[in-house]
Design a protein around this ligand. Sequence first.
Ligand SMILES: [Fe+2]
Length: 488
Amino acid sequence: MRILGINCMNHDAAMAVVEIIHGVGKVLWAAHAERYSKVKNDHYLNWGIVNEAMTFGPFDKVVYYEKPWLKKTRQIYATQYSEAFSYTELPQWHLDHFNIKIDEYVKHHDSHAAAGYYTSPFREATILTVDAIGEWDTVSISTADKIWIERKETIRYPHSIGMLYSAFTHRCGLKPAEEEYILMGMSAYGEPKYKDDIYNDFVEQSPFKLKQNLHRGIGHWHPEADVMDIAASIQVVTEELLAGLWHKASKYGSRNLVYAGGVALNCAANRVLANLGLFDNIWIIPNPGDAGSSLGCIAASEKQFIQWEHPFLGHNIEGEYPVDALMKELKENKMVGVANGRAEFGPRALGNRSLLADPRGEDIKDLVNLIKKRQKFRPFAPAILEEDVNDYFDLPTGVKNTPYMQYTAACTHGKDFPAIIHHDHTSRVQTVRKTDNPGFHSLLTEWKKQTGCPILLNTSLNIKGQPIVNNREDGKAFTKKYGVQVLG
Ligand SMILES: [Fe+2]
């Protein structure tokens, strides 16, 4: 049984293919539309990604990640009439262009929950999903046992923690539903001076409710304020609201938490979650947002576990991981790009589509920023061999590794590595193990052997304003534009 899962017409269209043999699913391929169209956060599919998906066909079934007619009822309620009454806003209309017929539609939060649970190592768990909005649901708590998921609690539109955070993303001059990670980074630079004002103006805490519908943002709320202070304030409020949900989820008795939805990408909040110690084990799929639901809708439809091995599921650039050539460039030029093997399914480059650099010294951050041209306050992420992580970072309570950059951790050697340390002395650390990515693991091992340093700076390999590189040609374009070698 071979199934195609699709998510599109939101902020990160994606496709996934799963094969189910004897009751166990295997992901054959999963990818983001933006990597093929070169349109960042592309809402729509394109022939590039569709043609690649079809090489894994034919398919016994095509599943879509949400229920479009149910979504329209919410859009009518929200007076979004142009979207609600437009037939071009229906996914089947879009997919007709590619001769793809949808066989089944799965509810938005069921896709999120299934993406998390059925890829997790748990057979019983509590599932918490938190996002901005799908059809109506914004928060859901379910319990899961064997193959069954049972919804226990739901919070519905317009009461949405994700939408609250997105409204503040917009207030701080960033793109909502895309640049929440930048707002999270800004929060370390401010003081939460407006925390009480946020509660007074927008939020009732228990039970959680928004005092007004924030779908259209909060305008120029507190125009006099420093945006860093606003960022710090909304981050603290969000962590407090989430803590209420984490406690609630823990009341269902399981020591295993599956945490899903776009809000689970907030790695600073995830650190708070882990440190609360409410659960022994936490599983967050590396792609917990809507793109990951292209995989989740398949799992929800089939109610089958999917063997999770690693997130390298996208376009393949064939060849050996070029360890020796990468080492040479790193030692001579301090920086090198790598585009090798299958692309990461998820927002983070984890070693197969990465710009890597020597993290030591004062000047490397500016050197990499010459290329990335991003806000100077944003640090880069460290990749470190899993066996060395405790010598350099204090991981949150109970977290033994963080292979998908899902938690921030305090760095105990900050002075040696200023490029990978945030203002609050934390790093969004990636622990690397051989089973996830043997090539990148070999490179880090060799790097440590030759330099004594177990860390590499790891940031996504992309031309400014474009998505992460996908194929060999994109790598060549990067070299042509920036003069930095891309090997693979
Ligand atoms: Fe979602």
